[in-house]
Structures are given as structure tokens and as C-alpha cells.
Design a protein around this ligand. Sequence first.
Ligand SMILES: *Cc1c(COP(=O)(O)O)cnc(C)c1O
Length: 401
Amino acid sequence: MSLAVQRTDFDRYMVPVFNPLEMILVRGEGSRLWDQQGRDYIDFGAGVAVTSLGHSHPALIKALHAQAARLWHVSNYFTNEPALSLARKLCDATFAEQVFYCNSGAEANEAALKLARKRGVDKHPEKVEIVAFNGSFHGRTFFTVSVGGQPKYSSGMGPTPPGIVHVDFNDIEAVKRVIGPKTCAVIVETVIGEGGILPATPEFLQTLRDRTKAHDAVLIFDEIQSGNGRTGALYDYMNTAVVPDILTTAKGLGGGFPIGAMLTTAEVGNHFKPGSHGSTFGGNPLACAVAEAAFDIINDPVFLAGVRAKAERAAAALRAIGERHGCFTEIRHAGLWFGCELASSLANRAGEMVAKGAGNGVLMLLAGPNVLRVATSLIITDAELDEGLRRLEKTCVEMVG
Ligand SMILES: *Cc1c(COP(=O)(O)O)cnc(C)c1O
């Protein structure tokens, strides 16, 4: 029998791009996880807003098992039933008329940005400029880190692709200045996620819509984290008055099974032709079957109303904790997606708080050094929520000392 692997094996065998916490999680059910030693944790991170239906959801297990016994992979020389069935549902439920599948958020944005460039160049060779926002996050491929508004992710790796302009998020005057005839696309998160749960203002989104329309550029909404029920709507654009030309989705789409998708209109999508872009695994039958099962649960008005109700309950509780202990100055949220701004006495200690929380049996996220991020599953029970909040509060008490 081989010895169980341990955290030290990470340092020994893994490329050091991550610095994981000490414990190794081995099992999950609902919003609870267990480590190798049998200690339990309340999941307030959902694998970074991915496991939206919790762990071991029976409908997802059933879909995965059924598809696993039928067909795993056929390549894109063929299409397949789960891919078509999910695409039809995504188009029926949204503005979109066409879907491109891939395996992650970054790949969905890569497809969106390439498509927008292709459409721009089809119209004029100089129509290549992409407008993006400081503080935004769009993934880790070289194109997407370059478009993302956090230079730390693209620096130290040589020249970045040209034709990308960054301005401040929610700065209406700046976007009026930079969007012009050379703009092929504007890419924006409707709520900045990694950068701190910062919502776009309605006027800002409307300005982006008006200016891109006036200059025949595409408006891309990166809904990789905000989509699939997270904000209490199927996609967050449905909470706004603005409809994008391209929407990218991933994280919660497969409930934990890797899948990404780019949704768009036929006018935009038809600028790609066979061979313009591709993916070996995109549209994989296992991924699409699981995502369809997740979609069927989430795309339901009763379910989404439940998300909004749980969100209000959690927001009130987090505000009360902030007030009792002076640990938070503000609780921002969009559905079950919270950014708790740390008090100045706790400046730059979000990472420490996440680690302490894990020690207390609650798994949380950060969004920058001063924001504690909480993203529960969308089906967290009141009992799980209360237990997680109790452990979070204990952590706050320890932090403020
Ligand atoms: C997570 C995230 C991405 C990148 O997704 P990956 O699956 O890690 O490639 C892109 N955009 C946003 C808004 C995200 O939150």
C-alpha cells in the first residue's frame, strides 16, 4: 500500500504557482468538506464560485454517470448530443444565437477577443483596439492577462500583445474618450470579482453599450464568475438594462466539471469560419451533460428567487458581524457573492484571515489584500450558513484581537 500524499508533496512535485493551505480535502457533500484527518469545513468559497450546487449533488452525479457509460469524447470532427442540447438551452434562455465551447474561463475570453479582433479586421485593417478596465481579471493566457487590468499578472514575461487600452472602471468620461472607430471590442465584468466585488454602475454599462454601438465595436461581458445564478439571475446582464454582443461563462457552468463557453449573436459569430478557432476538448460530452444538468436546476425562477433570499439573509448577518467586531467597513454583494471590506486596523490581512478561517473550519476567499470574499453554494442550507457564519465570526474575533 502506498503512503498517503501530504502537503509537503506539493512543494516537492508541483510547479510553485500556488501556495495551498496545509490541509488536503478529500470529500464534500452539500456545503461541507472533509480533510484527510476527518476535520470538517463549511464551504464559503465554492472552489472560487464554481461548485454552485454544492458538492456531490445527486443530479450532477447522475448526469455524469449516465454520460460516462455512453460516450466520453468524439473530437470536433463530429458534434454530439449533450453539446447541442446544452447550446440550444443556452440560446433559448439568453440573447445568444450561437455557442462556442471550451474548457475554462480564460479560453472563453480568448475566443471572444479573437472573434472581436477578427470581426474588426474584417471591417478595417486598423480596427483592432480592445478597451479594458483597470482592476479587472479575464484569465491567465497571455492574451487574457494582457487584457486584464492587473499588470502583476502579465509583467516579467516579455512584450505583451499590442492594441489594448486600459482605463478606470466606472469612469464614463474615460470610456467616451477612448472608444472610437479603431475600437473592435470593449470587455468588462458587470461586477469586478477578483478585484473586490465592485459592481458597474448602470450609467457606465449604458455608456459602453451606446459607444460600442456608435462605433460598430462589440461589447463583451465577462460573466465567468457572475454567471449561472451567482447574482440571483441566470446571467448578471439580466439584472441590468444592457445586453452584450458576446458573453463568456465558465466557473459555475459545469458545477465543478471543467467547461467554458462563449455565447454570441449570429452577426458576430459568423465572422469565424471553419478553421478560424478551435479546441480539442471543447464541447466534450461529459462536460456538456453535467453542465446541462446544472443549467436545468439553475434556470428556474423559483431557484433564482431562493438565491436572492439566501443572499439577503447572509448579507444581513455579515453586516451584523462587521458591526459587532469592527472588522468590516462595508459589505458589498451581488447575490451570493460578497466582498467584505476590511477595516483599516486589518489592512492587508485578508490572506491571513482566510488561513485563520480554515483553521476554524470555514473556507473563504480573498479579493485583493483588503477584501474577504465569500461565495457560498447557491443551495446552502440555513444550518450550513449559520454554522459557517459562526466560524467566520470566531475568526473575526481572533483577528481584531
Ligand atoms: C475566474 C475568471 C476568469 C478565468 O477563468 P479560468 O477558468 O481560471 O480560466 C476570467 N474572468 C473572470 C471574471 C473570472 O472570475
